[in-house]
Design a protein around this ligand. Structure first.
Ligand code: PMV
Length: 330
């Protein structure tokens, strides 16, 4: 039985036991397409969701102190409860003995599109495991978080929980037959500055993913063509990243955004922010994650360009995050 608590913690955090963290992420290439087996590229960012868990002998109580878009925590509550239920089952913990307090926080804002759900699932899975004395390898944490992600994304590709578990920059291709996904680390010369901007709109990833699947079913010819182009963009982007050809990476990001518009997952706020970032000199800009609101990001190599783009977006009234892609470890 779950209870959720207001944002004020009723227990002192220093007395909490199991702890865990999960990385936030941006999808550089291939969101939505990855769900259907097209390759994608993802990078963890230097912000995490953190969780602490303490056994209590009463019901499950959640204190969620994540900051972010207005209404984010409330709107995700039902999915969060389902995700914890799924996680417990995947970890083999009997619901009867599952009585604990969970604190969720960290510096990753609750903006849709940054993998905040996957980051919190990884953090909570690690914290529960520690509190219950279970030794979970990263591979197991990733599997448990994938089960939890089903509550938020319906049929997730697995890209978010993989980035949230391992961090870094990687190539990802879902195995559509249920076997292991193809995951390959991509090394770049040095981390690159980006600007993430939030539309302030809390999006429902599950609904967005279902919408794409429905439209693809209705119009297979058009969608197969777009999906083929998305695979081609991801392949070219992998090469450009390895060669550290950032102008090319930016151009391919723009191309990817156009394909996302074509499958109906952008919105006027995302298009406005993408356009604004490009006009201020970003090498490229695109939505990231499920779309329909949530976030976009702009490739802004150098601190100066990052600042110019970030300031322009802030001036237009939107919240930004200045961060980097390609950071190996925090
Ligand atoms: O909106 P987010 O951060 O949950 O990202 C979703 C990414 C999708 O490709 C749309 C779904 C998935 O499972 O890959």
């Amino acid at each position: 039985m779950f209870l959720s608590a207001p944002a004020i913690p009723i227990l002192s955090r220093c007395s909490w036991m199991g702890k865990g963290s999960g990385f936030g992420k941006v999808i550089l290439f291939g969101e939505h397409f990855v769900v259907h087996g097209v390759a994608g590229i993802v990078s963890a960012i230097d912000s995490t969701t953190d969780a602490e868990v303490k056994k209590t002998g009463e019901e499950i109580l959640i204190v969620d102190e994540r900051k972010g878009a207005k209404g984010y925590v409330g709107e995700k509550k039902a999915q969060q409860l389902e995700s914890i239920d799924r996680m417990l089952k995947a970890m083999g913990i009997e619901p009867k003995i599952a009585s604990f307090n969970i604190w969720v926080g960290g510096n990753l804002p609750g903006f849709s599109g940054l993998g905040a759900s996957a980051a919190s699932s990884v953090a909570i899975a690690r914290a529960i495991a520690e509190e219950f004395g279970l030794k979970l390898s990263d591979e197991r944490v990733n599997e448990v978080a994938y089960e939890a992600e089903k509550a938020y994304a319906g049929t997730p590709s697995g890209i978010d929980n993989t980035a949230a578990t391992y961090g870094g920059l990687m190539w990802f291709k879902r195995n559509m037959s249920g076997g292991s996904n193809a995951i390959e680390r991509i090394s770049i010369r040095k981390p690159v500055e980006i600007v993430i901007a939030s539309t302030g709109i809390v999006a429902n990833t599950k609904a967005m993913v279902e919408g794409v699947a429905e439209r693809k079913k209705k119009n297979p010819e058009k969608y197969n063509g777009i999906f083929k182009q998305a695979e081609d963009v991801a392949l070219k982007a992998k090469k450009a990243l390895k060669e550290f050809d950032l102008k090319k990476v930016g151009t391919l990001m723009n191309e990817n955004h156009r394909l996302l518009q074509e499958i109906g997952v952008s919105c006027k706020e995302l298009d406005y922010l993408v356009d604004l970032a490009r006009r201020r000199g970003a090498f490229g800009a695109k939505l990231t994650g499920g779309g329909g609101g949530g976030c976009m990001f702009a490739l802004t190599p150098t601190k100066a360009l990052q600042e110019t783009v970030a300031e322009a977006i802030e001036k237009a009234g939107y919240e930004v995050l200045r961060t980097k892609i390609g950071v190996e470890k925090l």
